[in-house]
Each structure stands twice: as C-alpha cells, then as structure tokens.
Design a binder for this molecule. Structure first.
Ligand SMILES: Nc1ncnc2c1ncn2[C@@H]1O[C@H](COP(=O)(O)OP(=O)(O)O)[C@@H](O)[C@H]1O
Ligand SMILES: [Mg+2]
Length: 261
C-alpha cells in the first residue's frame, strides 16, 4: 500500500498546479491530446504488450480523454489520458521560474504529469484494496492510466445519472454507495472529492455501483478533507432524495466518519 505521507505530498503537488492554472491568463489550457510524448508513451505500452489495439474514444473531458483498447492479457481496457499540452506548460513557466521549490521546469513538468496519472492509479488501488468496486488499475506511463474497462464491446456501463434507476432499486444503490464511502474513508483513508452521479457507473449485469474518476481524491488528513467529504455527501444525498430515498446528511457524515467498529 502507498504511504499516507506520499499520497498527501501528491495532493499538494496537484493543488499547487491547479492554483497556477487558475492564475494563468492563458485560456487554451488543455488542447492537444496526443502530443509527441503521449504518443511515445502509448507506443511503449503497446510494445510492452499492455495494449494490442487502440479502440475509439469513449469520453472527452476537460482534463482527460478516455479510450477503449484491447489487450491480449486483460481483454477490454480503458485508457485514460490526462491532457497536458505544451502550451499549458509554457503558460506555467512564468509561475515556475523563480520559485525555489522547482529546480528546473522540465523536472516540474514531469513531476506533475506523473503525479496526476500515478495518483489516480494509487487511489484506485487503495480503494480496491479496501473492498470498493472500482476499475482495477493496471499500469501508468507518463500521463496515461490503463485500467479495467467497465462495460462491454467498447460501450461503457451507464453513469448513475443515466442509468434510469427505479425508485424501488434506489435504496439499495444508496446504501451501497454509502458503504463504499465508508470503506474509502475508514480503510483506504480517502475521500473521493468529486463524487456524484457522473462519477459512478452502474454495472447493469449485477445492478451495482462502480466508483470511477479518482484522480482528485485526497487522503483524510488533507486540509480540506471535511469540505470535500461534505460536498460528496451533499451530491449523493441530493441525487437520492429525488428518487424518494430517506436521506439525512448529518447521519451520512457520522456513519462515514465512524472509524471505530
Ligand atoms: N474504466 C472505465 N471503463 C469504462 N468507461 C470508463 C472508464 N473510466 C471512464 N469511463 C468513461 O469515461 C467517462 C469519463 O471518465 P472520468 O474518469 O470520469 O473522466 P473525467 O475526468 O473526464 O470526468 C465516464 O463517465 C465513463 O463513461
Ligand atoms: Mg468524471
């Protein structure tokens, strides 16, 4: 298992990065998906046998693109590519030069790219170890994360938002999600920090939730841990209230944070 200290440090690096982007006046922060370095990394993954065939795009997001791919060993895999355009880093240069914490820009750039994909890998691994159903992470390389594909024949399972959960099924889903939040908090010592009906997929074969998108998840000792947990709780509560589930946010908070068992 990854040490709490190491994960905590990664959180800090990424928070610093986020702040710099916010400060930057440049607009085109994330533009080119496949810069040369990303292509090279994909090529490396293929050469090493982790990817045998690239499939189509599954999702295009603000910070990451998800592709479907096939590997002989694992079958269908999801390829998450964090977008790190060079323009982005040119804009950042001004903020990095002169900052004594960064010895060289190259180093900072590599650190950030690695931190991003690696952090999601480690968060997913910790969640999985704690018994939370998440995509199993396979490997990271540079800004690329390879993981289990939650879906079939290149089609991802639906997001909770789109899964048309029936009212009578809702309490089961709600309880399972709160159980996962508790396992995350208590055993993985993690808070998802972007939990909502968008970052939960529904395995329609077993009618059960799968938690995804853990790049931004933080350890429970993070300075904003309480705020993040509260926001996750509020998002889940809001969604299930609409399905007529009896929800009490305070109860959820105390259940999740009930560390002694
Ligand atoms: N492991 C996966 N298996 C199948 N589909 C996935 C997987 N990971 C992500 N996706 C698809 O891509 C979408 C975006 O992924 P996500 O990790 O939430 O990235 P973003 O940062 O863009 O929100 C998901 O809603 C889902 O449809
Ligand atoms: Mg997402």
């Amino acid at each position: 298992m990854v040490s709490d200290k190491k994960l905590h440090r990664m959180d800090e690096i990424i928070d610093e990065f986020r702040m710099r982007i916010k400060d930057s006046s440049r607009k085109e922060v994330f533009s080119d998906v496949f810069d040369t370095a990303t292509l090279k990394a994909l090529y490396e993954l293929a050469r090493k046998g982790f990817i045998d065939a690239m499939g189509g795009s599954v999702s295009t997001g603000k910070e990451a693109n998800i592709f479907h791919a096939i590997s002989k060993e694992k079958g269908e895999v999801a390829v998450k590519i964090y977008m790190m355009s060079t323009a982005n880093f040119h804009a950042m240069k001004d903020y990095i030069i002169g900052d004594p914490r960064f010895v060289g820009i190259k180093q900072a750039k590599n650190d950030i790219i690695l931190a991003w994909a690696k952090k999601e890998f480690k968060n997913l691994q910790r969640a999985k170890d704690a018994g939370v159903r998440v995509p199993e992470p396979y490997i990271t390389r540079r800004n690329i994360l390879l993981m289990e594909f939650i879906g079939k024949d290149g089609v991802p399972m639906p997001q909770l938002k789109e899964a048309k959960i029936k009212q009578e099924e809702a309490p089961l889903f709600f309880n399972k999600i709160v159980e996962y939040m508790t396992l995350l908090y208590r055993d993985a010592k993690l808070i998802h920090a972007d939990l909502s009906e968008y970052n939960i997929l529904v395995d329609i074969d077993t009618m059960s939730p799968v938690i995804i998108d853990m790049g931004q998840s933080v350890t429970t000792d993070h300075i904003n841990a309480e705020t993040f947990l509260r926001r996750d709780v509020d998002n889940i509560a809001r969604f299930f209230k609409k399905l007529n589930v009896q929800v009490n946010e305070e109860k959820m908070m105390s259940m999740i944070k009930e560390v002694e068992k």
